[in-house]
Design a protein around this ligand. Structure first.
Ligand SMILES: [Fe+2]
Length: 233
């Protein structure tokens, strides 16, 4: 089983491991999300109205407040615990000892392009680190599917190695930066785009050189996707 998953990872540049994360750990991250937004935004937030409220804050460009709440959640115990679990997963899957560099989550708000990334390699963001890096994405609030803008990848594109020829682009002030490979149009002809459809409990491991992006959320519910980045020690 693990051998097949490994070959999947090395041939395609990513693999989704199904139902491997502990539901209780994921629920704690979900609870923490509510707590952090409640505390920072000073609103009566619950599992149902969080989507509407965050969409309102995004529309009103209250991005600084959203960012403070985001930071509060990322630095919390449940997210740190999840990092430890994923470091263990790296140890089991790759037999490599790692430390976490980033523990966070991606946010996809309906039709918003501010927080969505165009095509890029993760390695570009960690280019100063010469050791191997490991990358995880996992749903913890709602499932991540094509309709709510889940991440997509160009299957097998990790075989291109680290790309140094890219354009640097930011669509919004206070938006995310994308380092888009200059040949992206051609790359899209050679490597097939695959969407990561994941349920709660699933996790995707992807290669530092795999070209990927996040997509536009077409639903009314905010998409939260857990993120973990590690480096070999
Ligand atoms: Fe990325």
């Amino acid at each position: 089983m693990i051998l097949r998953l490994k070959y999947d990872y090395y041939s395609k540049g990513y693999v989704i491991i199904r139902n491997v994360l502990n539901k209780k750990d994921l629920d704690k991250c979900k609870d923490q999300l509510i707590l952090s937004y409640k505390k920072i935004l000073r609103e009566n937030i619950n599992y149902n109205n969080i989507h509407e409220l965050l969409t309102k804050y995004e529309k009103n460009k209250e991005w600084d407040k959203l960012y403070i709440a985001f930071k509060d959640a990322c630095q919390s115990k449940p997210f740190l615990r999840m990092s430890k679990k994923l470091e263990n997963l790296t140890k089991n899957f790759f037999n490599v000892k790692t430390k976490t560099l980033t523990c966070a989550y991606a946010i996809g708000i309906k039709n918003s392009k501010r927080t969505s990334y165009d095509w890029h390699q993760e390695k570009t963001y960690y280019s100063k680190i010469r050791k191997k890096t490991f990358h995880y994405q996992f749903p913890f609030f709602e499932k991540c599917i094509k309709l709510n803008g889940t991440m997509s990848v160009l299957e097998g594109s990790h075989t291109l190695g680290e790309i140094s020829n890219y354009t640097y682009n930011r669509k919004f002030k206070k938006g995310v930066y994308s380092y888009i490979p200059k040949d992206i149009k051609l790359m899209q002809k050679y490597f097939k785009e695959k969407f990561l459809n994941m349920n709660i409990g699933d996790v995707c491991i992807f290669h530092e050189n795999l070209i990927h992006r996040s997509n536009i959320n077409k639903t009314n519910k905010v998409r939260f996707a857990g993120i973990n980045r590690q480096q070999a020690i």
